[in-house]
Ligand binder design. Structure first.
Ligand code: FE
Ligand code: FE
Length: 265
């Protein structure tokens, strides 16, 4: 009885988060979030970021069991086990740490623990028509840009094949961390930054939407998005044991790619 009610609560929270996201993520909102949160004045060590994320439970994720730190390590470990390069292991480890925005976020922006629609969930491109193949498509009609004729066409404010680098995605932990890493001049290949930026754009990498925006770079990157997504989704396991060797391995890996092991957020 209890577990049944729990499931319903979780389900409603997921629905509601997606409803608010679809409703409020507009061109204007996204631009405001870039201005407001991309200030890069808060220095934080990666290990403190993970510590703080222990208190953050992603309400859009139906498979939540472990704190985000474990999800990062499990993703990284699965990538390492299959022999992929160190940079991809690091992406596995840190891809979700943009959720740290909740520390300085607000309920109004959807960037707090209570209201997470500006942090988590699948992303979509703002400034153009919403795709049919998206989670909860019935919420598309709620989007506040939908009646604006400039935004409401197939290409909207963009050009055909302009490349995903040149479109604006809904605001969340993907775009936030991408911008933070770019600003901090991190020693990661372009593939790594690209994966981090688009890993929640499921309509694109899982459902084949938005093909008319892609260019040569996106074609090259697609393969990496797909590889990463396998590990992001299917590495979750409750039997995972964390030992000091693993911690030491990832401490070194972080230091190798992020000198000083801190970032300015
Ligand atoms: Fe994520
Ligand atoms: Fe993830």
């Amino acid at each position: 009885m209890n577990s049944f009610r729990d499931y319903n609560n979780v389900h409603n929270q997921i629905r509601n988060t997606y409803l608010l996201s679809r409703k409020n993520q507009t061109v204007r909102y996204v631009k405001n979030m870039h201005k407001k949160y991309l200030t890069y004045e808060k220095k934080m060590f990666i290990k403190d970021v993970f510590k703080k994320l222990e208190q953050f439970v992603d309400i859009s994720d139906p498979d939540i069991t472990l704190p985000n730190f474990y999800h990062g390590i499990q993703t990284a470990e699965a990538i390492r086990r299959d022999g992929y390069p160190e940079w991809l292991q690091l992406v596995g480890l840190i891809h979700d740490i943009g959720k740290i925005i909740y520390l300085w976020g607000s309920d109004k922006d959807g960037t707090s623990i209570k209201t997470q629609w500006g942090i988590v969930g699948d992303t979509f491109i703002v400034g153009c028509k919403l795709p049919k193949q998206i989670v909860f498509p019935e919420f598309n009609k709620e989007n506040q840009d939908i009646t604006n004729p400039i935004y409401n066409t197939r290409l909207g404010i963009y050009k055909e094949n302009c490349g995903l680098d040149n479109v604006m995605c809904s605001w969340g932990h993907d775009e936030y961390l991408y911008q933070v890493l770019k600003h901090n001049n991190i020693n990661l290949p372009e593939e790594a930054l690209y994966i981090i930026r688009f890993h929640s754009l499921y309509s694109y990498h899982k459902k084949d939407e938005y093909r008319y925006f892609i260019n040569e770079k996106d074609k090259h990157m697609f393969r990496w998005l797909k590889i990463f997504n396998e590990y992001d989704l299917y590495s979750k396991s409750d039997t995972f044991k964390l030992d000091s060797n693993i911690i030491e391995y990832y401490d070194k890996l972080i230091e190798k790619f992020i000198p000083g092991s801190f970032l300015y957020f």
